[in-house]
Write a protein that binds this ligand. Structure first.
Ligand SMILES: NC(=O)c1ccc[n+]([C@@H]2O[C@H](COP(=O)([O-])OP(=O)(O)OC[C@H]3O[C@@H](n4cnc5c(N)ncnc54)[C@H](OP(=O)(O)O)[C@@H]3O)[C@@H](O)[C@H]2O)c1
Length: 298
C-alpha cells in the first residue's frame, strides 16, 4: 500500500444529516501548536506548515474537518488557519465545530457556556471561519446533568439557519436520548479507541443502529490525550503493525474504522507524512483474527 496515492475516498462515506463525507476526516486541534494542545507554554506551529497540511488534506480527499474556537495557541487559531487555507471553501467540505467550553484571550479556560452564551460561541465560529452558517455544531459537555436547556438553545439557532446539523460530544446514552426529544442529532463525538470499555462499545453500536455518526477522538493519542501520541503501544499492536508494514498509530486508527460504517475518523496532526499515513489507513482491511486480538485489549 503506498500511502502517497490513497485518498480519503478509500475509507467509504457516511452521512452527517444530508451531508456526505469520507470516513477519514481531519481534526484541527494539533494545528495551532507543536506538542501538547492548550499548554500555557505552547510553541505556535509554523503558519505555512499548518496551512500546507490543511490544503494537502483536502487534496487527499478529506472533506470533513473537526475544529473549535477554543483550539488556539498564542499566535495561531485553528479556525483562522482553516479560513486562510481553504477559502473559498469547496462545496463538499463539511466543517464540524463544537461549543460549550470556552477560553479567554489569554487561553485560560472559562466555565462552560450557559444557554445564553452559546449563541456568542456559534457566532465566534462563524466569524473566524468566514461562513454564514455552520455545517455541524456539537454541544460538548462535562458531567451527567441535563443538557435540555443548552441543546434547546442550539436547536433555536438551527431553526434560525445559523446551524445545519447538531451533534453531541463527551456524552452518555441518556444525553443522546434527551437531546433527541428536542432536535435531530447527526453525530456523537466521544473519546474512543483500542481498549474502549464495553459501555463505550455498546454506545457506539447503538449510534450505528440509529444512523448517527460516531466520531472518536484520541483514537491515536489514547491516554496521552492533549499531550499526543505518548502512550506506549502493546506488543500486539506492534506485531499487527509490523505485519502490515504500517505504524502502530495507523493500526489504532484502522481499528476504530472497523467498528462500524458509521464511524468517522478525525485524526489530528501537523505532520504531512502522518496526514498521508492517516488517509491511507482508510484502505486498510484488518483480518478477523487481528480484530479479535485488538478487541480483547484493555
Ligand atoms: N470533543 C472533544 O472533546 C475532543 C477532544 C479532543 C480532540 N477532539 C478532536 O479530535 C481530533 C483528534 O484528536 P487528537 O488530534 O488529539 O488525537 P489523535 O488523532 O488521536 O492523535 C493525535 C496525536 O497523534 C500524533 N499522530 C497523528 N497521526 C499520526 C501518525 N500517523 N503516526 C504517528 N503519530 C501520529 C499527532 O502528532 P503529530 O502532529 O506529530 O502527527 C498527535 O500527537 C482533534 O484534532 C480534535 O479535532 C475532540
Amino acid at each position: 500500500m503506498t500511502s502517497q496515492t490513497i485518498t480519503a475516498a478509500a475509507s467509504g462515506t457516511f452521512q452527517l444529516g444530508d451531508l456526505t463525507v469520507n470516513r477519514v476526516g481531519f481534526g484541527a486541534m494539533r494545528l495551532p501548536q507543536h506538542g501538547e494542545a492548550f499548554a500555557a507554554d505552547a510553541v505556535p506551529r509554523d503558519r505555512d506548515q499548518a496551512v500546507g497540511v490543511l490544503r494537502r488534506a483536502v487534496e487527499l480527499g478529506v472533506n470533513h474537518i473537526d475544529t473549535a474556537a477554543f483550539y488556539f495557541s498564542p499566535l495561531r487559531s485553528a479556525n483562522e488557519l482553516i479560513n486562510q487555507a481553504l477559502t473559498p471553501y469547496q462545496d463538499d467540505l463539511v466543517i464540524s465545530t463544537k461549543v460549550g467550553p470556552g477560553r479567554d484571550p489569554s487561553g485560560q479556560w472559562l466555565p462552560h457556556a450557559s444557554p445564553e452564551q452559546l449563541r456568542g460561541q456559534v457566532e465566534e465560529n462563524l466569524r473566524q471561519l468566514g461562513r454564514d452558517h455552520l455545517d455541524v455544531v456539537n454541544l460538548r459537555i462535562v458531567g451527567t446533568d441535563s443538557i435540555a436547556e443548552r441543546f434547546g438553545a442550539l436547536a433555536e439557532l438551527r431553526k434560525a439557519g445559523l446551524i445545519r446539523h447538531l451533534g453531541l460530544s463527551n456524552v452518555r446514552p441518556h444525553h443522546l436520548s434527551e437531546a433527541q426529544t428536542i432536535a435531530p442529532v447527526v453525530c456523537v463525538q466521544n473519546m474512543y479507541g483500542v481498549g474502549a470499555s464495553p459501555e463505550q462499545k455498546e454506545f457506539l453500536r447503538s449510534c450505528g443502529e440509529q444512523h448517527i455518526a460516531f466520531v472518536p477522538f484520541y483514537s491515536i493519542a489514547g491516554t496521552g490525550r492533549e499531550g499526543g501520541a505518548t502512550t506506549e503501544d502493546s506488543a500486539e499492536v506492534h506485531a499487527i503493525a509490523r505485519a502490515h508494514h504500517l505504524s502502530p498509530a495507523q493500526i489504532r486508527l484502522a481499528w476504530t474504522l472497523h467498528q462500524g460504517a458509521h464511524v468517522l475518523a478525525i485524526p489530528g496532526t501537523g505532520d504531512p507524512e502522518h496526514l498521508a499515513q492517516n488517509v491511507a489507513t482508510g484502505a486498510l482491511r484488518l483480518s478477523a483474527d487481528e480484530l479479535t486480538v485488538l478487541d480483547s485489549h484493555s
